[in-house]
Design a protein. Structure first.
Length: 643
């Protein structure tokens, strides 16, 4: 039993009721509270414990003078005269409250709660009470019994004192529960367990709505949106982010507004709606500048750079990344610096400048290792692997992909694990190790299905289709790639749609179905033009040019190769330019226009020589083409003079 009374009436009542004196244990002093902090242990011994929260003048059972405990309490009250509502019991009594309340029902009797001294604040912080029964004295012959539940209207200002106390306690427990749900949801999210995370965030949203907590509601909606976003369910994600944004605008919550704007922008970016994405990112940047928040400003500049990068405007993208990097260096934000280095490296990669790209990626990796940021380290390793993959250095690429996968497993990050497995599968595919490639991609597919992650499921399906195509199993390849295409269309994921269309086109190509091939390649090209992804556009133009060239339609082939050459010049991609010049030279040679062919081959060879690549395999091939066209020219001249 807990009592706030100073007197000994309860002990006397117990004695008069026939309870032996040896079974009554008054707990009054600091020493008593330390010795008898677990009431359950006393109960098991058959003892009747009386915890005197405010102390007493003496221990009625032992006869010991305990007035020091009473004086200490009165002095504490005096010190808190100006703020009685924040007075709580002394720290040495906290263990008692934790033990006595854990999983139990607290019955309050003979206490009005009107003084609001230490008891009420203590009740508000009790964590594990099952419920509170408050019995209040009333002269009304008709007693009222009612319950405060989750559905009660929690408006303390309009309630009587006791109801106000109980409502505030209930609200506090709600808020703690919502916070716990939010934290648990974020843990599941970090591990890639999206269904479990979604369940927690939806429960937190329900509590926020019951409390009328708009800010909490916006945060929960945003969390739910981010889960749908991670799963590739962009329609549901946009709906939640838009709702959160409206609440932030209503509350004047600028930080929240900026965060929700960037989430919306990311979805528009993924769907290829760059103007809408840029508009949101610019609005978020304006808020960061208004708040003087340099860290967020750097992040939003990076996002804006990503849009320009996707549109092929690399100088503008690099400008944004450069400013963001400068801010990171001013702030000493090494994590941000690593992200920016990754962004800058990607531009160099897209321009075909692999050494510079690799240098930036390695610098980012070094920072992540210094910070102990495993997730960032995995990202940097993946990026480095992509460079080696592009250079056909498959052992080096595989080593980095496997290291990134090991980190994902260490972190319990299923989403990242699925990406890693798919990447490793593509390396094995490129090396011709098809069973191993298929095994990794099927594992990635299984994880994506477990997570309900449609975007990664489509990626795995597309990869499996490519592996079957390489094995010559065209019906199965077509089936898997068509399934990937269907999901991409469902999600509005244009990049995945273009990739699936390209794979399907290549399947029809090896089957000799050129009309179907051209149809898919042209559809993929249109998407690339919409996305502004110039690197992929060049690849698609080359695929289409190759089809026309194989069928002797040289004007159409030339048109595609010259368009690809123009993009390479725009990007400053010298190696890419070499490839296009060689393709154009082959067209002119096939048409019998040897001087023009010679011009293209010589220009291509000169670029490689200037780059210090005059002895590389590509240079050898072009030199062979150059020699062939010179021979044809000599033959033509010989025939002309010896008619």
């Amino acid at each position: 039993m807990l009592t706030t009374n100073f007197d000994c009436l309860i002990e006397q009542a117990l004695l008069q009721s026939g309870v032996p004196k040896k079974e009554i244990v008054p707990v009054i002093t600091k020493v008593d509270f330390a010795q008898f902090q677990d009431p359950n242990a006393l109960f098991k011994q058959g003892k009747k414990a009386i915890y005197k929260i405010h102390g007493s003048t003496r221990n009625f059972i032992t006869g010991k003078d305990t007035r020091a405990s009473l004086i200490a309490t009165i002095q504490a009250f005096g010190k808190n005269k100006e703020g009685l509502n924040v007075f709580q019991v002394e720290p040495f009594k906290h263990s008692l409250f934790d033990h006595i309340s854990n999983g139990r029902t607290l019955v309050v009797m003979g206490y009005s709660g009107s003084d609001d001294f230490d008891i009420v604040p203590t009740l508000k912080v009790l964590q594990n009470l099952r419920k509170i029964l408050w019995i209040n004295h009333t002269k009304d012959p008709k007693a009222k019994i009612y319950e405060i539940t989750e559905k009660s209207k929690l408006d303390p200002d309009k309630l009587h004192k006791v109801d106000q106390i109980l409502t505030e306690i209930k609200r506090g427990h709600f808020e703690e529960k919502a916070s716990a749900l939010d934290n648990i949801g974020k843990i599941y999210d970090a591990q890639g367990e999206y269904s479990a995370a979604l369940e927690q965030f939806k429960a937190a949203l329900e509590i926020a709505e019951q409390l009328g907590d708009l800010k909490g509601k916006a945060a929960a909606l945003n969390n739910i949106g981010e889960i749908y976003q991670a799963q590739g369910n962009y329609a549901e994600a946009l709906e939640r982010h838009d709702a959160a944004l409206q609440i932030a605008e209503q509350l004047g919550d600028l930080k929240g507004k900026a965060a929700y704007l960037t989430n919306i922008a990311w979805i528009h970016y993924t769907q290829g709606n760059y103007p809408a994405a840029l508009e949101r990112y610019e609005a978020a940047l304006q808020i960061a500048e208004q708040l003087g928040d340099l860290k967020r400003k750097a992040a939003y500049l990076k996002d804006i750079g990503t849009i320009y990068q996707a549109q092929g405007d690399y100088p503008t993208a690099l400008g944004r990344y450069g400013v963001a990097l400068w801010i990171d260096e001013q702030l000493g934000d090494f994590k941000g610096k690593a992200i920016r280095l990754n962004n800058i490296a990607w531009i160099h990669y897209m321009q075909g400048d692999y050494p510079t790209a690799l240098e930036r990626y390695e610098a980012a990796l070094q920072i992540q290792e210094q910070l102990g940021d495993l997730a960032g380290k995995a990202t940097a390793l993946n990026n480095i692997a992509v460079i080696y993959y592009a250079q056909a250095n498959y052992p080096a690429a595989l080593k980095r992909f496997e290291a990134a996968l090991q980190i994902a497993e260490q972190l319990g990050d299923l989403a990242r694990k699925a990406i890693g497995l798919n990447n490793i599968g593509m390396i094995y595919d490129a090396q011709g190790f098809y069973p191993a490639a298929l095994e990794r991609c099927e594992m990635a597919l299984q994880i994506a299905e477990q997570l309900g992650d449609l975007a990664r499921k489509a990626a795995a399906l597309n990869s499996i289709g490519a592996i079957y195509r390489a094995q010559g199993n065209y019906p199965l390849a077509l089936e898997w790639c068509e399934a990937a295409l269907q999901i991409a269309e469902q999600l509005g994921d244009l990049s995945m749609k273009a990739s699936a269309l390209n794979n399907i086109g290549e399947i029809y190509q090896v089957q000799g179905n050129y009309p179907a091939t051209l149809e898919r390649f042209e559809a993929a090209l249109k998407i690339m033009e919409k996305l502004g992804n110039l690197k992929w556009k060049v690849s698609q133009l080359n695929n289409i040019g190759l089809i026309y060239m194989a069928h002797g339609n040289y004007p159409q082939a030339l048109e595609r190769y010259e368009a690809a050459l123009q993009i390479m010049e725009q990007l400053g991609d010298l190696k890419g330019k070499v490839s296009q010049l060689n393709n154009i030279g082959l067209i002119y040679m096939a048409q019998g226009n040897y001087p023009k062919a010679l011009e293209q081959f010589e220009a291509a060879l000169q670029i490689l020589t200037d780059l210090g690549l005059g002895l590389c395999p590509d240079a050898t091939i072009i030199q062979g083409n150059l020699d062939a066209v010179k021979k044809k020219m000599a033959t033509a001249i010989f025939k002309k003079w010896h008619k």
